[in-house]
Design a protein around this ligand. Structure first.
Ligand code: SAM
Length: 339
């Protein structure tokens, strides 16, 4: 089993081996409290740990449900036929949540119409796990069709970049994949996602709640925290809020405690670390550009932890759609709670 192509902004996929190697040897269960694309939760599942994956966004909950909690259910050819039933023969304009709210905002009207049909069809699948798997394959398809792979781009720019002639002239590539049907992308990724489903013999669970809630209800040996890095490109609601709207059929609203406001971030961290009594080890991913500074955050953790070990690794990453490479240091703080 291999972690599939999720393409989550700020994911830890490339350094997942390094991070998972820092999990203390005597730990057997882990809460990934800001699980996003689940790269670390998936790694911990592969290591045979009992894994709890939590994220405040609905679409990320479905990633956890389909790939972490789900041990065996995959999508068959018959399921795929159900999901896309009524697409090719139905050209008539009609109403639906996406058509009514998002036509010519993120996708063309006929595409929104397809999205509405597909969403209704997904609810006809026979189990929650299959529905989650279908939703995250649709996520992948929707993201492949979006320039820069995020939903914070204005419609004029989207149209421009989806114009293959324009894209070729200005960027030297046609980006034809933006104009391929949802079904093409879905089917291209299907085997990979199906193959990523596996049973590690543990009862794993996905949650969809605020971090301050999940730390009260889950107990585990380790809590791994990878919050949005304040001071960097971190507005997850702007990036992926549309996917939450698609999942629920109501316009998503921004969430609180989003770890992005530089003014409140220090008190949010204090509040977080003062409430981690359910976990023996605390692991926090951090970055040299994040706010507050590394020293400030160490001081905050030190109020509640016995021992803190700082691990670091140089990490160059590219912001989606920009050529600039940033050279940062990525940190993992491993702390042991005070008795
Ligand atoms: C840096 S990303 C996590 C990336 C993940 N480790 C991966 O490898 O894909 C941070 C995540 O925190 C989530 N988040 C932000 N505020 C939250 C909160 N208050 N409670 C739970 N999750 C939150 C965001 O939705 C986002 O998915």
């Amino acid at each position: 089993m291999t972690y599939p192509k999720i393409n989550y902004i700020g994911n830890k996929e490339k350094i997942a081996d390094w991070i998972s190697g820092l999990i203390p040897d005597d730990a057997h269960s882990l809460l990934d409290a800001f699980s996003g694309g689940c790269s670390i939760a998936y790694k911990a599942k592969q290591m045979g740990m009992q894994v709890f994956a939590n994220d405040i966004m609905k679409i990320n909950y479905h990633i956890g449900k389909a790939l972490i909690e789900n041990q065996s259910e995959t999508l068959t050819a018959d399921d795929v036929d159900i999901i896309f039933e009524g697409i090719s023969c139905d050209d008539t304009p009609s109403h639906g949540f996406m058509t009514d709210n998002f036509s010519n905002q993120f996708y063309f009207e006929n595409e929104c119409h397809e999205l509405d049909i597909i969403r209704r069809n997904i609810d006809r699948l026979p189990s929650d796990y299959k529905r989650s798997l279908a939703l995250i394959l649709m996520r992948r398809a929707m993201i492949r069709k979006m320039p820069y792979s995020r939903f914070s781009i204005k419609w004029d720019k989207i149209k421009q970049l989806r114009d293959e002639g324009f894209s070729y002239l200005h960027y030297g590539r046609r980006r034809a994949y933006h104009n391929q049907p949802f079904r093409t992308h879905f089917e291209e990724n299907l085997a990979q996602y199906n193959n990523a489903v596996f049973d590690n013999g543990k009862e794993n669970k996905a949650f969809n709640t605020d971090v301050f809630e999940v730390i009260k209800s889950v107990k585990a040996d380790v809590i791994y925290m990878d919050p949005p890095y304040a001071g960097t490109m971190n507005d997850y609601f702007a990036f992926y809020g549309l996917l939450d709207s698609y999942v629920s059929g109501i316009p998503a609203t921004p969430f609180e405690n989003n770890f992005t406001d530089k003014k409140t971030i220090a008190s949010l961290f204090d509040h977080l670390f003062s409430n981690l009594g359910n976990f023996k080890y605390w692991m926090l991913s951090y970055n040299s550009r994040s706010k507050p500074s590394k020293d400030e955050i160490l001081e905050i953790i030190g109020r509640y932890a016995d021992e803190i070990i700082v691990h670091e690794m140089p990490y160059a990453y590219r912001l989606t759609g920009k050529e600039k490479k940033q050279k940062d240091i990525e940190y993992v703080f491993v702390a042991t709670k005070k008795p």
